[in-house]
Design a protein around this ligand. Structure first.
Ligand SMILES: Cc1cc2nc3c(=O)[nH]c(=O)nc-3n(C[C@H](O)[C@H](O)[C@H](O)COP(=O)(O)OP(=O)(O)OC[C@H]3O[C@@H](n4cnc5c(N)ncnc54)[C@H](O)[C@@H]3O)c2cc1C
Length: 124
C-alpha cells in the first residue's frame, strides 16, 4: 500500500468489489489521504503507518459489508457462497494484522488536507 518513495491509491491500494459501489469514493479518499501523507511535517514512517492502518480498516469494513449484503442477497447461490468463504478467510488473515500493529499506530488523524496529532486541532 505504501513504502518509502511509493504510495498506492484507489484500486492498487485495495481492490474493492465493483458491485458494492464503494470503489470511486475509496479512490478519492485514498488520494486525499495520500496527498496528506506526502506533505506530512513529521516522520514519513508514522504517516505511512497511519495510511496503511486506514486502508486496512477501510478494506476490512468493506469486506464485512459485502459479506452481510451477499449473505442476504445470494444465500442460495453456490458461487456466492464460495465468495463469502473467501471473504471470511481474507478477514481472518487481515484482522490480526490490524490488531497487532494497532498498538504501535501513530496518533494521527486527517484534518483538512493535513495529518495532525490526534489530540491537536487546527488552531493548535
Ligand atoms: C463494471 C464496473 C462497475 C463499477 N461501478 C462502480 C460504481 O457504481 N460505483 C463506484 O463507486 N465504483 C464502481 N466501480 C469501481 C470503480 O470504477 C473503481 O473502484 C475506481 O474507478 C478506481 O479508481 P482508480 O483511480 O483506482 O482506478 P481507475 O479509475 O481504473 O483509473 C486508473 C487510470 O489510470 C490509467 N492508467 C493505467 N495505467 C496507466 C499508465 N501506465 N500510464 C498512465 N495512465 C495509466 C487508466 O487508463 C485509468 O484511467 C465499478 C467498476 C467496474 C469494473
Amino acid at each position: 500500500m505504501a513504502e518509502a518513495g511509493r504510495i498506492f491509491v484507489g484500486t492498487p491500494a485495495a481492490r474493492l468489489d465493483p458491485i458494492s459501489g464503494e470503489g470511486a469514493p475509496f479512490a478519492i479518499r485514498t488520494a486525499i489521504l495520500a496527498a496528506a501523507v506526502l506533505t506530512h511535517d513529521g516522520p514519513a514512517a508514522e504517516a505511512i503507518d497511519y495510511y496503511q492502518q486506514r486502508i486496512l480498516t477501510s478494506f476490512l469494513s468493506h469486506l464485512s459489508g459485502c459479506q452481510t449484503f451477499y449473505a442476504d442477497a445470494f444465500f442460495l447461490d453456490a458461487d456466492w457462497q464460495l465468495e463469502l468463504r473467501k471473504s471470511g478467510i481474507a478477514r481472518s488473515v487481515l484482522e490480526p494484522v490490524l490488531r497487532t500493529s494497532d498498538g504501535m499506530a501513530p496518533e494521527l488523524r486527517l484534518e483538512g488536507l493535513s495529518l495532525v496529532a490526534a489530540k491537536e486541532t487546527a488552531s493548535g
